[in-house]
Design a protein around this ligand. Structure first.
Ligand SMILES: *Cc1c(COP(=O)(O)O)cnc(C)c1O
Length: 453
């Protein structure tokens, strides 16, 4: 498989170059030259295959011939060690993507990216140094994904005092090959520092630098896997009883998962969206042939893409702060990728855009808790309300409707608990709070960053 830049199709790269450099040399994003269809035999058995087998079949054509089948099998087995249950919530489904170590869907992409970097660099002596800036959530998934991965050092920059205590422990509480720098400044300052480091001559000599941001193609592709797995299961009626960490009160909805009948219909996924990496991955799964009818892209007040789908005009803008803050993005970086693959009309046939207010988000948390005894986090709740809006407006086809639950509600207890009361904390999150934080504080200056590295 070849990849080319969204801005210039003559810039071509293999998976190794595309993954390790992240951004194309012309500032574009790497996209695969084709979206490879599943073999028919795979397509028709998605509902009964193991998650890891689906991962193998989904990712294989994108990394061929750079990563061999046997190597990919090992990568997949070490990356996807946790389930992605599809559970019934009222008359809808929730695809729970928060059973990984940092309790958000970014674990899928970050863990695969980390392991593929280690594999791609297996014959290099010099360690690869990942430099990344975070406003909170991504940093935790990146830190955890790369933790203990041989041949890779990670430095994460975050704005001092502007991440939650939980996020700080996820970023700065691991130690080992993960270092944290608290920058006296904003997230934008952190990003500017990372950018400056990449053009700094002396630093370039001392280190082999790479970034691990959300536009990396090696983070996107593995996210197509859970769509294919869930769509197959929705079609064949194989809904999960719910994992141990599923935050449902005991007894609630008992029996709801027994004897589900095959829907025989392709699923619609409602995707809470910010940078639109998750939605793009869903579109890949659909294009590959997974039984998917279409998507609802639900944003918070940052409605750049829903407005585009409505009007055809794309106007990126500064982000606005909301209670679903992992989606506070006014200029979604993956839009360029979607627009390179699909025309406006083609996107409109596949994706319905809705924008949801904080007030509506809180109402959805309350309603789902009352009606189904299920805890939604604010991002999942944006999805839930977005789907309701589409339903009320008569814009949904029949067939299974699955909301992507992108984070565990305990991660956003500050928003959820005033509405629902105490949220059960999964063991993975509880143990994070016991970590001690090791972090160095630096001013927002490139000289300080150079010294720290
Ligand atoms: C990152 C994130 C999102 C948004 O995903 P995109 O791929 O950026 O659209 C949604 N929910 C949670 C919890 C996230 O961390």
């Amino acid at each position: 498989m070849w990849y080319y830049s969204t801005r210039d199709r003559s810039i071509r790269a293999d998976f190794s170059f595309a993954a390790l450099t992240g951004l194309a040399p012309d500032g574009g994003l790497f996209i695969p030259e084709t979206i490879p269809p599943y073999p028919p035999a795979v397509c028709s058995s998605l509902g009964s295959m193991d998650f890891q087998d689906i991962a193998l079949e989904t990712i294989k054509p994108y990394v061929h011939p750079v990563i061999s089948g046997a190597a990919l099998e090992a990568l997949v087995q070490s990356a996807f060690t946790f389930p992605a249950p599809l559970v019934r919530v009222g008359d809808r489904l929730a695809l729970e993507l928060f059973h990984g170590p940092t309790a958000a869907f970014k674990d899928f992409g970050a863990r695969f990216m980390a392991r593929s970097f280690a594999y791609l660099r297996r014959n290099e002596n010099r360690p690869l140094h990942i430099l990344t800036a975070t406003s909170g959530d991504t940093g935790g998934a990146v830190a955890d994904g790369f933790f203990g991965v041989p041949g890779i050092e990670v430095t994460i920059l975050y704005p001092k005092g502007r991440v939650s205590p939980l996020q700080e422990r996820q970023i700065a509480g691991l130690g080992g090959n993960i270092s944290a720098l608290a920058v006296e400044g904003s997230f934008d300052d952190c990003q500017a520092l990372v950018k400056a480091a990449f053009t700094h001559r002396e630093l370039q000599k001392r280190r082999t630098l790479s970034s691990a941001n959300s536009i990396n193609i090696s983070r996107l592709i593995p996210q197509a896997v859970y769509y294919a797995a869930a769509a197959g299961r929705a079609l064949s009626g194989r809904v999960d009883p719910g994992g141990e960490a599923t935050p449902r009160s005991p007894g609630a909805g008992a029996g709801a998962n027994e004897g589900p009948s095959p829907s025989g219909k392709a699923a619609t996924f409602c995707v809470p969206s910010g940078n639109f990496g998750n939605l793009t991955a869903g579109l890949y799964a659909m294009e590959m042939g997974a039984p998917i009818q279409g998507f609802i892209a639900a944003t918070n007040r940052n409605r750049t893409v829903p407005d585009y789908l409505h009007t055809g005009n794309y106007h990126p803008r500064p982000s606005e702060a909301t209670i679903s803050n992992a989606m506070d993005v006014g200029a979604p970086s993956n839009f360029e990728r979607m627009a390179a693959h699909w025309s406006y009309e083609a996107l409109r046939r596949r994706v319905l855009g809705v924008s949801v207010t904080d007030e509506e988000t809180r109402r959805a948390v309350a309603a789902v808790y009352q009606d189904a005894a299920y805890y939604l986090d604010p991002h999942g709740a944006v999805g839930w309300h977005g789907a309701s809006r589409a339903e009320v407006e008569g814009r949904l086809q029949s067939g299974p409707l699955a909301i992507l639950a992108t984070a565990h509600p305990a991660k956003f207890a500050g928003v959820v608990e005033p509405i629902t009361g105490p949220v059960p904390v999964p063991p993975a999150l509880a143990s994070v709070m016991d970590r001690s934080v090791a972090v160095k504080t630096i001013p927002a200056a490139i000289t300080a960053l150079c010294e720290a590295l």
